[in-house]
Ligand binder design. Structure first.
Ligand code: GLY
Ligand code: MN
Ligand code: MN
Length: 461
């Protein structure tokens, strides 16, 4: 947890952005796996962490703008809890650690909100994503479940995004650490990869390093020879020489700042010519996209550049044809890269996605594309100093998508299906880094992680 002044400052800034009402923050509770007492790893809500720093279950907080009050709601642990959990800090001392002096029992929260509602005051809440918090909001504010998401306060959402999207030095230092744990995870995967292993043996090693570095992985590890499946969580295949292995994994620290890297490498330690040709295109898209990053440019432009690099590369190899810019403008590239170039990253690996992707990644000036592929870009808006984004271009050969588009005669002016068919079974390649937008350009976070063909082959020798 940062010094309490950080949280005091953040809450003060928040209050300058909305004129009246009450900000309500519902913390996350423990969630059960297979019986009530056997819980998943506890994860606090990121907005709660950002404004209060407290990572315990059964907490809520309000900032009452009209009455200039800040209150933490929770319950002190009883002797029964302490027998099982050990000694615990008092609610008062927890509140003081983030600069708040007033605490109240959790069961007083509904009454506080009800009173405010009866007085015609607005209770601003963020879109809930946990069922217990949905139930609380439904019962307390009498909002039907299906309307909760739309009843969330847009003013509150926009105010939170405006603060959280700009990472300050204290946060960037944490993100560097998260990246360095991520680098260690990927170095281990490259170094220990060997034909004959089961993918999960490598995935377990990667996950163990994340756990040693803090909270564990920032999202379930993607590690597969079928890298063409974008979020492939199946790790049951035996590693085979001749195939590529895609590893997409990141770390979450105790502070819950996270990292997100992807590397793709040959199981044998040596790329084939065919693999190298595709790899070099993805690498060029990754490095050119990173080099473009600077304040004032939209990330949508960077995404279009990366997809154009990919289209040009595939055209050179004969998999695509025609004018590459035109092919990208209509979305023909999306047969090979159906996702966007990247997303914001911070306290969440897809930062603030709970608040709604369009509020985080788009604004009045930059609208989300409706074209398949381009529309998957999570963040397209103008870059500002302090943003941290992933840059993750890829090329994938998805047999079902190839079949479907070919049957539909889709983009036959731009795609050589006969040539593409030669790549069925190739898998997929993605290369992902985490990049900070600086005053004048960019800085790639974390220690260098090998990504050229030569670097990867050397480390696997
Ligand atoms: N963690 C999946 C991604 O790279 O966005
Ligand atoms: Mn990733
Ligand atoms: Mn990512």
């Amino acid at each position: 947890m940062f010094d309490k002044n950080t949280y005091i400052r953040r809450r003060k800034s928040l209050q300058t952005k909305v004129k009246s009402g009450i900000f309500l923050f519902l913390g996350n509770n423990e969630a059960s796996m297979n019986y009530p007492a056997n819980t998943y790893r506890y994860r606090q809500d990121s907005n709660f962490v950002y404004f209060f720093g407290l990572q315990l279950d059964n907490l809520a907080a309000i900032i009452d703008i009209d009455e200039r009050k800040e209150i933490i709601f929770g319950n002190d642990y009883t002797i029964d809890d302490i027998i099982w959990m050990g000694n615990q800090p008092s609610l008062q001392s927890l509140a003081e650690s983030c600069g708040i002096s007033e605490v109240q029992p959790y069961n007083q929260l509904s009454e506080y909100l009800l009173k405010a509602k009866q007085a015609g005051r607005q209770v601003h809440f963020l879109p809930p994503y946990r069922d217990d918090n949905k139930i609380f909001l439904h019962q307390t504010l009498d909002i039907p479940f299906e309307e909760l998401k739309n009843a969330a306060s847009v003013e509150f959402i926009k105010a939170v995004v405006a603060l959280r999207e700009i990472k300050d030095d204290e946060e960037i230092a944490e993100m560097e650490k998260a990246c360095n744990v991520g680098v260690q995870m990927h170095l281990a995967a490259v170094r220990y990869c060997k034909a004959g292993m089961i993918e999960r043996e490598l995935a377990g090693l990667v996950e163990g390093i994340a756990l040693s570095g803090g909270n564990g992985v920032s999202f379930p590890v993607i590690l597969s020879q079928n890298g063409e499946t974008l979020h492939n969580h199946n790790h049951e295949q035996i590693l085979e020489n001749g195939r590529l292995l895609l590893v997409d994994a990141g770390a979450e620290l105790k502070s819950v700042y996270s990292s997100d890297y992807t590397r793709t490498f040959p199981v044998s330690g040596k790329f084939t010519q065919k693999q190298k040709e595709i790899y070099e295109i993805v690498l060029q898209a990754n490095t050119e996209a990173i080099a473009m990053i600077k304040p004032g440019l939209t990330y949508q432009k960077v995404h279009y550049h990366a997809t154009t690099v990919i289209t040009k590369g595939l055209t050179k190899l004969g998999l695509m044809k025609g004018n590459p810019e035109e092919a990208v403008s209509v979305g023909a590239h999306a047969l090979f890269m159906p996702h966007g170039l990247g997303h914001m990253i911070g306290l969440d690996v897809h930062d603030m996605e709970d608040l709604g992707e369009n509020y985080v990644g788009y604004d009045e000036q930059t609208q989300r594309s409706t074209i398949f592929g381009h529309g998957s870009l999570r963040c397209g808006k103008e870059l500002k100093k302090g943003f941290v984004l992933t840059v993750e271009p890829g090329i994938y050969f998805i047999p079902q998508l190839i079949d479907k588009w070919e049957k539909e005669n889709k983009f036959t002016d731009y795609i050589n299906y006969n040539k593409v068919r030669e790549y069925i079974g190739f898998g997929g390649i993605r290369i992902e880094d985490d990049v900070l937008v600086t005053d004048t350009g960019y800085r790639v976070l974390g220690q260098p992680l090998p990504k050229t063909v030569e670097e990867i082959e050397k480390i696997m020798e």
